[in-house]
Design a protein around this ligand. Sequence first.
Ligand code: KG4
Ligand code: ZN
Length: 346
Amino acid sequence: MKVLGIESSCDETACAIVEDGKKIISNVVATQIPFHQVYKGVVPEIASRKHAEWILPVVRQALTEANMTLDQVDAIAATNRPGLMGSLLVGLTFGKTLAWATNKPFIAINHMLGHIYAAHLANDIEYPYLGLLVSGGHSIIAKVNGFDDLEVLGTTIDDSVGEAFDKVAKFYGLGYPGGVIIDKLAQAGDPKSFAFPVPKLDKRENNRYDVSFSGLKTAVIHQADMFLKPGYEKTNENICAAFQETACKTLTSRLFRAVEDTGIKTVVAGGGVAANSRLRAILAERTDIKCIFPPLKLCGDNGAMIAGVAYHFLKRGDTSGLDTTACARIPQFKRGLANLEAFGRR
Ligand code: KG4
Ligand code: ZN
């Protein structure tokens, strides 16, 4: 079965066609980065407008690259949550309209189920495993029991890890998006140059696997001089290396706790920050753990991960109504949002 998957939750307008949840026939990602770069961050209004402008050509290109017509597609899927509301609505409404006009099944997809599925597009992975979902909006450690069964063990109590990368890069004028730039600069820096604080989250109110990045972000941005170690220089390279080291160790210390506690020795990563070279290296050092990362081009937002996971819903006969709406947040993915009612599907 061939599923056409649309992704428009943030600043990439993307569409892919995937066969049987595995074979990527085409995968088109139109990035809006140049339009947001000047503002050093995503401007939601610009993002929605660009999605509206690009969605049709991107979907057309995905069909052209697949050498297929819409008739040959079995179902349409689109991300409906979480993400920027205006951005989500463009892809979701486009996908529902396409499904309605062609009388094909429609499947609304949770973006984070897509991110964790990305690794499955290139690997055969058995459930359960521990998922490390690290993106611009989320930092989640989860027990993943199936393609739609993500048990959140820990999450961030404030900022996401990707947000911290982006804010640090913005403050030091390094460019946008920050993650990939910091990753590169860090290679020429010394991670020991600054003793940035590692969050202590063992207090009772916090979960054992929760993470926090706002203190680290403040330390790197506003108090860097305080943490500079004698004999080292305050260069961008050193700041990047020390910040990246602390951010990655914050994530992996909680993840390794979950490994010890659950006895689950397979870890699957997903999301933009899963592209980080230091994070990959720290995990690779743990030879007792099987760590699976998506290929670099599937770490960031793409339609293939959406089409891929949608296939499994379709196979189960689990499709979405055309009244399915979008939802900016998923309460269980963020501490403090647990009391909010979740709207929309899944
Ligand atoms: O998954 P994604 O493309 O979009 C969201 O769902 O948020 O993730 C984007 C995030 C940005 O914060 C970006 O700076 C970060 O992923 N990122 C990285 C790297 N590449 C992208 N962070 C650290 N190291 C990287 N190599
Ligand atoms: Zn994403």
